[in-house]
Design a protein around this ligand. Structure first.
Ligand SMILES: Nc1ncnc2c1ncn2[C@@H]1O[C@H](COP(=O)(O)OP(=O)(O)OP(=O)(O)O)[C@@H](O)[C@H]1O
Ligand SMILES: [Mg+2]
Length: 482
């Protein structure tokens, strides 16, 4: 491929530059191979422009940036309006194959669950379906544990190209607000987008809630292809704003939920840890037994069903599939029981999610609702007192413990939570906190271990110590440990 082909539609090149051969693209100078285009991004920690000489020494064929370089490189330099966007578009050219149907889901909570559910529904409809996000990549052939909710564009497009080559026709991805804001998805051919909800999160990164909403709205305003679909959970204050953007683009809009007119939730009856839903779609009524607990899983299931309908699924089969959904790992997952009292593991690590999951579990507690949780270090400190307050209000017994203190003093994080949760117990060691919670359980009680979900490590300083809530609960139930 020549630079002309690589840059067509992205930047104008002079004729001398246009004929140069291009091999690939990289934003990390250490990843540059001979013939690659090096894109210098201005990051929050360091400016890629500082590594231009290194990239050129490694064989870069050209350098791209959206700001002036201090030294003129020995290879062609292309100035673009937005280097992050250019990186995404270049990556899509280098790795051109993508599944024909790509859905992206955004919102504060529920992305991982909606992605898992959408993949499961598609699979039941007979499609070769995959999902990518917080829990990694899952395809019919393999599951690769990953960490970033929205990977960098080069890794993302390499992966899309690979799975398309493996025959995956339907792919659903989590679109984080960081990812949308940083243009990481700009080269993805998104045919359907979904919005779950919006609440306080990542405010350390997005200065205001308005900026946060604007970042999420990029999915609807910029990314979904013309003629594509937008599935919107209807029951939130922000739903209207999303709807307005989707309508302005003439997307095929479907709203879901109690206030939805694409899929209307008419009635919910609790049935053990399952729920029987009465739904209305295009004038017909469907009764579905959703094998999951919690109001928020209904929201997630309906958004996923909306995506399946919007991408061509037959209603009968889509609603039938809801009866077979399996929860994503660590999302309101029943991990065991003691004296008949259930122990749930849930990934709630944000105020709204914690409130929702306590609310979801309250009906199951004839006795006491016990919660074990903490808050992460080096992240929005404002959510610590909020979470303390929510736990104190929503649970009967609160045990505050550690959850990825990272570079901060774990005791100080706990103190910030405890200040807002009078009467809470403090047990820093997470395994000990889980043992204490389990030891309290009597018939009728419910225990929630919140914050880690599927995670397999505790981040202390810059080290990741192996830790799993699943393993800790199993050990506590087996009566192991001091
Ligand atoms: N629709 C929802 N509304 C409110 N809370 C939810 C919803 N769905 C899930 N949650 C809560 O949020 C937690 C995380 O859910 P999930 O992993 O699906 O969200 P996410 O959007 O992928 O989060 P992240 O941005 O961390 O990847 C769940 O464990 C649950 O406590
Ligand atoms: Mg996620």
């Amino acid at each position: 491929m020549t630079l002309r082909e690589l840059f067509s539609g992205i930047a104008e090149l002079d004729s001398a530059t246009a004929g140069i051969a291009a091999a690939g693209v990289a934003a990390d100078s250490r990843a540059v191979r001979p013939g690659d285009v090096f894109v210098a991004l201005a990051g929050s920690k360091t400016d890629g422009a500082r590594f231009v000489a290194e990239a050129v020494a490694a064989g870069a064929a050209a350098v791209v940036s959206d700001h002036a370089l201090t030294e003129t490189p020995a290879v062609p330099f292309l100035r673009v309006a937005n280097a992050r966007r250019a990186l995404a578009l270049l990556a899509a050219k280098i790795y051109p194959r993508q599944p024909g149907t790509i859905a992206a889901v955004t919102g504060t909570s529920g992305k991982t669950s909606v992605a898992a559910f959408t993949r499961q529904i598609w699979a039941r409809l007979g499609h070769a379906a995959a999902s990518v996000g917080t829990v990694g990549l899952v395809t019919p052939a393999r599951a690769v544990y990953g960490s970033l909710t929205t990977p960098d564009p080069v890794a993302l497009h390499r992966m899309l190209d690979e799975v398309a080559g493996e025959g995956v026709t339907h792919l659903v991805m989590e679109a984080s607000s960081h990812g949308l804001d940083q243009h990481r998805l700009d080269g993805v051919r998104v045919t359907a987008g979904a919005f779950t909800n919006l609440s306080r999160d990542h405010l350390d990164y997005h200065a205001t809630v308005v900026a946060y909403l604007a970042a999420k709205l990029r999915l609807f305003s910029d990314l979904i292809l013309p003629g594509g679909a937008a599935v919107i959970s209807a029951d939130h204050a922000e739903s209207e704003a999303v709807l307005a953007v989707a309508r302005a683009r003439h997307l095929r809009v479907m709203t879901v939920g109690r206030g939805g007119d694409g899929i209307r939730l008419c009635d919910v009856a609790r049935d053990g840890f399952a729920q029987t839903l009465t739904l209305e779609h295009e004038g017909r009524t469907y009764v579905v037994r959703l094998p999951l607990a919690g109001a928020f899983q209904i929201e997630n299931a309906l958004v996923a069903a909306g995506l399946a309908l919007a991408t061509g699924g037959a209603p009968d089969r889509v609603f039938e599939a809801l009866g077979h959904l399996e929860g994503a790992s660590g999302r309101l997952e029943l991990a065991g029981t003691r004296h008949g009292a259930p122990v749930f593991i849930d990934y709630a690590h944000k105020p709204d999610a914690l409130a929702k999951v306590l609310e979801a579990l309250r009906p199951f507690a004839r006795g006491r609702l016990v919660v074990v949780f903490g808050a992460g270090g080096d992240r929005d400190a404002g959510k610590r007192p909020l979470m303390g307050e929510i736990a104190a209000r929503g649970a009967d017994i609160v045990i505050v413990t550690d959850d990825n203190p990272r570079g901060e003093d774990a005791g100080a994080i706990r103190a910030a939570i405890l200040k807002a949760a009078p009467g809470a117990r403090e047990i820093g060691d997470r395994a000990a906190a889980i043992r204490a919670g389990v030891a309290l359980l009597e018939p009728g009680d419910v225990l929630l271990i919140a914050g880690k979900g599927h995670e397999t490590g505790q981040i202390v300083g810059d080290r990741v110590l192996p830790f799993s809530d699943h393993a800790a609960v199993a050990a506590a139930l087996a009566g192991e440990g001091p």
